[in-house]
Unconditional design. Structure first.
Length: 447
């Protein structure tokens, strides 16, 4: 029953809004963990007619079933720690496999240009480009790239890099070229009409004189930076005159380089800020250039926008700086989970030492039938490792069940390296703890 609840909650989390998905994630993980630990507890109970013991491993299993409560305590501690490590590690944000992919968090843009002074210079205009004094290679690089100029106000950054609550978010106006190009992955958006069936960006053009301003936001910005809801939620921004203008969320983007901005159509931006002229930001796509063209592109852009005080940044670098905040928090939880896992495993030594002290009679029988002290200690170590391995398997499976919808959607990845590292460290710690407990145990002498 608990396993069915876990699967149902995991499936519901994949379709729920971000706020509800977090709760369903914990429900799914807790249910999966409870179900698997129940299976471990049932496996520790000896059958009414146990089979004959022929190997040391089967003898270790028989000894574990003689004290199922202590073995289950070790497995449960390890399983909880491993579940936390797997679940948290799965959501570590990584660089996109192909930064030139328009559906990636970079939107397929290669560079981001920020201007010290607003500019109206378009390097793609051949007549304008002739006056820059460019080399042949630089001219070829500019003519072969794609540039979108963006307008913006002097609002505050609402991304995760800003530790303060934002009341005046930065508003960005995107032109028709940006909208027609598309790009970025939408996690949710309003229903599209026939003309924009493949491009949710066209939802920004659905504005009337009395209607709220359509806006697209990064999902993290909407949920955490501005404390807004999902698609259809309305909020207000302050226009140039200080009056409040109502906006409506028509789309939410997967976290990417546009994080921290409220994105509206350029004509809506000009209606809100009529006296703002020029563009303050530009995004450049140089994916169609060869290696020589990509190398020449930054210098060509600096020459073209020299009077605007341009600052260039690679889109992947911007993305990495935004991801670093989330990954830092996750790394803290990873470290705490791994530390708790290791401490729990070390605590198994105390549990095992107490258990051995209560089984001196059974150990005396083993010595009487010919077991050497070394073999008895090996049996005790094997018992501890069996309980720890059961906990690692249960915790790993429970974590995988909880994050399965995110894995399918591509928003999480299986942290194979971290799972192997934490499991390996746990086994080493368990081996050391079991050896220490067995070494401190006074094995009865053979009569």
């Amino acid at each position: 029953v608990a396993l069915a609840v876990a699967v149902a909650a995991a499936l519901a989390a994949g379709r729920a809004p971000a706020g509800a998905a977090a709760g369903l994630f914990f429900v799914s993980g807790a249910a999966a963990l409870a179900a698997l630990l129940a299976l471990v507890r049932a496996a520790l109970v000896a059958p009414p007619t146990p089979p004959p013991v022929r190997t040391l491993a089967s003898l270790a299993g028989r000894m574990l079933s003689s004290q199922p409560g202590r073995a289950f305590a070790i497995a449960a501690i390890v399983a909880c720690g491993q579940f936390l490590v797997v679940a948290v590690s799965a959501f570590a944000v990584r660089d996109p496999a192909d930064p030139d992919d328009r559906m990636s968090p970079t939107g397929g843009w290669s560079l981001i240009a920020t201007f010290g002074e607003p500019t109206s210079i378009d390097p793609l205009d051949p007549a304008t480009r002739d006056g820059f004094g460019l080399s042949a290679e630089q001219d070829r690089a500019l003519s072969g790239c794609e540039i979108s100029l963006l307008r913006s106000n002097d609002g505050d950054d609402a991304s995760c890099t800003n530790l303060y609550a934002t009341t005046r978010p930065t508003i960005v106006g995107v032109g028709a070229a940006f909208i027609d190009r598309g790009g970025f992955r939408f996690v949710a958006h309003q229903r599209l009409d026939a003309t924009g069936i493949d491009n949710p960006w066209r939802l920004l053009d659905r504005a009337g004189d009395a209607a709220p301003v359509p806006a697209v936001l990064d999902q993290a910005t909407a949920q955490w930076g501005l404390k807004l809801g999902g698609v259809g939620d309305r909020f207000t921004v302050t226009d140039e005159a200080g009056a409040e203008a109502e906006c409506v969320i028509v789309g939410l983007l997967e976290p990417g380089i546009l994080q921290g901005r409220v994105i509206v159509a350029e004509r809506e931006f000009q209606r809100l800020f009529p006296s703002r002229s020029g563009y303050s930001t530009a995004v450049i796509d140089g994916s169609r250039l060869d290696a020589a063209g990509r190398a020449a592109l930054p210098d060509a852009l600096r020459t073209a926008w020299a009077d605007a005080g341009v600052s260039l940044e690679r889109a992947t670098a911007r993305l990495r700086s935004l991801q670093a905040v989330q990954n830092t928090f996750l790394a803290g939880f990873q470290a705490l989970g791994t530390l708790g896992l290791l401490l729990g495993t070390a605590g198994a030594a105390a549990v095992r030492a107490q258990g051995v002290a209560e089984r001196l009679g059974a150990l005396s029988v083993l010595r009487a039938v010919g077991f050497t002290p070394r073999r008895v200690r090996g049996l005790l170590v094997l018992e501890t490792l069996a309980a720890v391995v059961a906990g690692i398997v249960a915790g790993t499976i429970a974590g995988a069940v909880a994050v399965w919808p995110a894995l399918v959607a591509g928003s999480a990845r299986v942290p194979i390296g971290w799972i192997a590292l934490s499991a390996g460290l746990t086994l080493v710690a368990a081996l050391g703890a079991a050896a220490w407990a067995a070494g401190r145990t006074a094995i009865p002498e053979r009569p």
